[in-house]
Design a protein around this ligand. Structure first.
Ligand code: GLC
Ligand code: MG
Length: 248
């Protein structure tokens, strides 16, 4: 049957070239036969996504979700979905977010390409993160800023509008495409993928090489809808798709 396949890229879809080639071939065939929808949902900006395309053989996705769920490109479009942008802009004040965050000297600004209209990104060392993040959260809330902080892989800190992340982007696509939760599968390995497992109604695959933050979350909940794979990257995705009986 047709389903919507949504995957993170770095260390999820990408990381094991042999398994990726097998998965690509299966997905290509499934898309041709059943109209399965392929979505990439990455933290990367368009600049870094295009860089990855020069290094890896990837299927062209039906939707490309960039910058941690804050930019959505339908296939063939040179413009991101404007209704999603409009939704994200409500209550978001980027300048104020930057003004407050810049008072924290442990936050190191990421490259300009990764700073987008609805995402402000820094590097932050794991050793100071636990103490600093709650304080930053408080400072932002005190100014009435309705945002969320997403910390991934013990190094990347993103500040996003409250209503926008990878999980919210999944729900947006489900609604637009009329796709139910049991016909949606999301795959990921790190903190910025957590919202897809937590918020979206979908089946989930956590790849075997997942980071601590996802493993800890998985260990603390009992959902049968989230599968923790043994194999890494695309190998883990193949394992999970078989587990859910989605790719046959
Ligand atoms: C990607 C993005 C970066 C972000 C990270 C985690 O690496 O390039 O800006 O912080 O994902 O979401
Ligand atoms: Mg990843």
């Amino acid at each position: 049957m047709q389903f919507m396949f949504i995957t993170d890229l770095d260390n999820t879809l990408v990381g094991d070239e042999g398994a990726l080639a097998i998965l690509n071939q299966k997905l290509r065939q499934h898309r041709e036969e059943y109209g399965t929808i392929v979505v990439y949902s990455t933290g990367r900006s368009l600049t870094l996504y295009n860089e990855l395309l020069t290094e890896q053989e990837l299927l062209e996705p039906d939707y490309l979700v960039l910058s941690v769920g804050t930019v959505i490109y339908p296939r063939g479009s040179t413009q991101p979905d404007q209704s999603w942008n409009a939704y994200l802009s409500s209550g978001w004040n980027r300048d104020q977010v930057v003004a407050i965050a810049s008072q924290y000297h442990d936050l190191i600004l990421q490259p300009t390409s990764e700073q987008t209209d609805f995402k402000v990104s820094y590097f932050l060392k794991e050793t100071v993160a636990q103490e600093m993040i709650p304080s930053l959260e408080d400072a932002l809330a005190e100014k009435g800023l309705d945002v969320q902080i997403v910390y991934s892989s013990d190094k990347d800190l993103d500040i996003l509008p409250k209503q926008g992340n990878k999980g919210a982007a999944v729900s947006f696509l489900q609604k637009m495409l009329n796709m139910t939760g049991d016909r949606t599968v999301v795959c990921g390995d790190s903190g910025n993928d957590l919202s897809m497992f937590q918020q979206a109604t979908a089946k989930g695959i956590i790849v075997g090489n997942a980071k601590r933050e996802l493993r800890e979350w998985h260990a603390a909940q009992l959902s049968k809808d989230v599968y923790l794979a043994q194999a890494a990257c695309s190998g883990g995705i193949l394992e999970g798709l078989n587990h859910f009986g989605l790719l046959s």
